[in-house]
Design a protein around this ligand. Structure first.
Ligand SMILES: CC(C)(COP(=O)(O)OP(=O)(O)OC[C@H]1O[C@@H](n2cnc3c(N)ncnc32)[C@H](O)[C@@H]1OP(=O)(O)O)[C@@H](O)C(=O)NCCC(=O)NCCS
Length: 292
């Protein structure tokens, strides 16, 4: 098992030195599966429909963490996925499968595409540089912005839900309100931009001390996590998103963050080119399959 993991980790490091967290697997013997050249750990997440996580994911998610080695990593990953699929029990509508893979380690991933998986989102990353000039039209959010922030956040979830992984739940408005009031405003970085005297765009970033959960995916640091950006459809394409992003990057760099990390849906026709033009590139790709 350790040989497979070592060889996997060396191949990934050669493809992308920034891709972290590839040199071990959870020590979970009863959840470990093996195939020729591959080893993986399979888990099932059952997500409470009333939790905030339920807005970002299907409710039952089967997950494979895989490591593959040898001259044919596609065959090794394919054999491992086949073993995983053959062992699934009690699945049906509402269940989804997910495999996260280092984006630049492209050799194995045809095994996922040919088994009905599609890439739904990426974890993307860019280095930050010190900037000091304030960006006009953007200001830090205050408690008085709570209603506007929740409305924009709901807009983001609804927009992303179109692509089939994120979901608007009956619990979404209340959970987002609690999150913004209880965590974002007191503990995180949040800016708003106004148009015509009302808040029309927002950006939320987790400072490095709250980004440890994602920072381990990156072989560098310190990293801040850009969790939310949304601009009202009526004012898109006028530079508000760029102004919010420049503000966040400048503040994060001045506060000691060297990297910014975010997630975006790959089929999102607005965010995918937007983030690429702002200097972000894929680090990890999430491949998914919905079960019928
Ligand atoms: C992504 C998003 C925040 C960008 O905000 P924005 O204020 O439109 O951003 P900007 O105006 O600074 O830049 C948008 C780009 O699209 C271009 N554009 C032109 N017309 C546009 C239009 N009608 N709508 C959107 N973008 C347009 C802009 O010129 C700009 O191009 P550039 O990157 O070459 O500069 C916004 O599209 C949005 O809220 N999308 C839905 C939610 C979303 O995807 N959020 C990100 C989740 S990760």
């Amino acid at each position: 098992m350790m040989d497979v993991i070592r060889s996997h980790s060396a191949r990934v490091r050669a493809a992308d030195p920034l891709a972290g967290d590839q040199d071990e697997l959870p020590d979970w013997p009863e959840r470990t599966i093996r195939a020729h050249g591959g080893v993986g750990v399979v888990t099932v997440d059952q997500i409470d429909p009333g939790s905030v996580r339920a807005s970002w994911s299907p409710l039952i998610v089967h997950r494979l963490q895989a490591r593959v080695s040898g001259p044919d990593p596609e065959a090794a990953l394919g054999a491992l996925v086949d073993r995983w699929l053959a062992g699934l029990r009690g699945t049906g509508p509402g269940h989804s499968l997910t495999v996260s893979w280092p984006s630049r380690d492209t050799a194995p991933v045809r095994a996922l595409a040919t088994r009905g998986f599609g890439p739904i989102s990426v974890t993307a990353v860019r280095p930050l540089r010190q900037r000091s000039a304030p960006v006009p039209g953007v200001r830090p959010a205050t408690a008085g912005d709570l209603d506007a922030l929740v409305k924009l956040y709901e807009g983001l979830v609804a927009y992303d839900a179109q692509f089939g992984w994120v979901a608007v739940r009956p619990s979404t408005p209340a959970r987002l309100r609690e999150l913004v009031a209880g965590e974002v405003l007191p503990l995180e970085w949040c800016w708003v931009a106004e148009a015509g005297g009302r808040v029309a765009g927002c950006l939320i970033m987790q400072p490095p001390e709250r980004s440890g959960w994602i920072a381990r995916s990156l072989n560098a640091g310190p990293a801040a996590y850009l969790s939310v950006m949304y601009v009202d459809p009526s004012v898109r394409g006028r530079g508000m998103g760029t102004a919010l992003t420049e503000t966040a990057h400048g503040h994060a760099a001045a506060s000691g963050a060297a990297w910014s990390v975010l997630h975006h849906a790959l089929p999102n026709p607005l965010s995918t080119p937007f983030w690429a033009r702002r200097g972000y590139r894929p680090l990890l790709t999430q491949w998914v399959r919905h079960l019928q």
